[in-house]
Design a protein around this ligand. Structure first.
Ligand code: SIN
Length: 281
């Protein structure tokens, strides 16, 4: 197929672009994968419409961009442990991913990208929001940037997947582990240099960042809250409305996302593969 018919239409000046003219169910050529990666680096999250993907084809798509991750706390699809089935049944109250976060920053080597495919979505509601963490960093004063450049932060799944966490809440069709106090903590720089673009972005998030290294939680709270407020400013976001067959591919190294939970009584079924990343620098 090649990239001759490929179109790239930005959703906002800061973040997000729709890609047309590609059939993701076929193995991507090097040229096609390169064009998607280039668009991802430029727009941070890219969207596709009307893609019919079997579980095998979704994994094949993910493998065009790296090795697939197996989630440590959420059981994958039967026969496809690399695929997370993100399902909210009409009877469920809490959705998965319903708070601002960067996927799996609680790992020692956090994941690079996530590819989400919509199988079944409500007629209205269940949109996903994305926020550029480059834009958040660039909005800060030189004084605060200089303080943050010397800081590292502690990340863990202990709260979000803990007894009172949102991700570990019981959902009819998902199986998440409830983690204990011995859940590992890893330290990452607060300001991350993207390994491919060289741009700097904030790398803390409300779901998994507990405190600054060497600071107490109470001392960390006001500054973390301020950074979280900047990180989700409306001007740094875009919003995607799903249809069955839509695909989003986002770069967790510079993007936060948020799955809206505004469709109670309706079913939403998504499949996600997550591509392994590099150490945070
Ligand atoms: C997630 O990966 O956090 C879920 C996003 C979504 O379901 O929209």
């Amino acid at each position: 197929m090649g990239t001759t018919n490929l179109t790239i239409s930005p959703l906002s000046p800061v973040i997000g672009a729709a890609i047309g003219g590609l059939d993701l169910s076929r193995p991507l050529s090097l040229e096609e994968a390169g064009a998607i990666r280039e668009a991802l680096l430029r727009h941070h999250v890219v969207f596709f419409r009307d893609q019919q993907l079997s579980p095998e084809q979704l994994k094949e798509l993910g493998r065009s961009f790296g090795t697939l991750n197996i989630h440590p706390y959420v059981r994958g699809m039967t026969g496809h442990p690399e695929i997370l089935e993100i399902i909210k049944e009409p009877s469920d109250k809490v959705n998965f991913g319903g708070g601002w976060h960067s996927d799996m920053s609680f790992l020692e080597i956090p994941v690079m990208g996530s590819i989400l495919h919509a199988v079944e979505v409500p007629e209205v509601g269940g949109d996903t929001l994305f926020a550029s963490q480059y834009a958040a960093w660039e909005a800060l004063s030189p004084g605060l940037q200089s303080v943050l450049s010397g800081l590292r932060a502690v990340h863990s799944a202990s709260e979000e997947y803990g007894e009172r966490g949102q991700s570990s809440r019981k959902r009819a069709s998902m199986d998440s582990e409830v983690v204990g106090p011995d859940t590992p903590e890893y330290v990452h720089p607060v300001v991350r240099t993207h390994p491919e673009t060289g741009r700097r972005g904030l790398y803390v998030n409300p779901a998994f960042t507990l405190r600054f290294e060497g600071w107490t939680r109470r001392e960390s709270r006001p500054l973390l809250d301020y950074l979280f407020e900047v990180s989700r400013k409306e001007a740094f976001t875009c919003r995607f409305r799903w249809r069955p067959g839509s695909v989003a591919f986002w770069d967790n190294r510079c993007v936060w996302h948020y799955a809206l939970n505004d469709y109670h009584g309706h079913r939403r079924h998504m499949r996600r593969v997550t591509v392994e990343g590099d150490a945070v620098v």
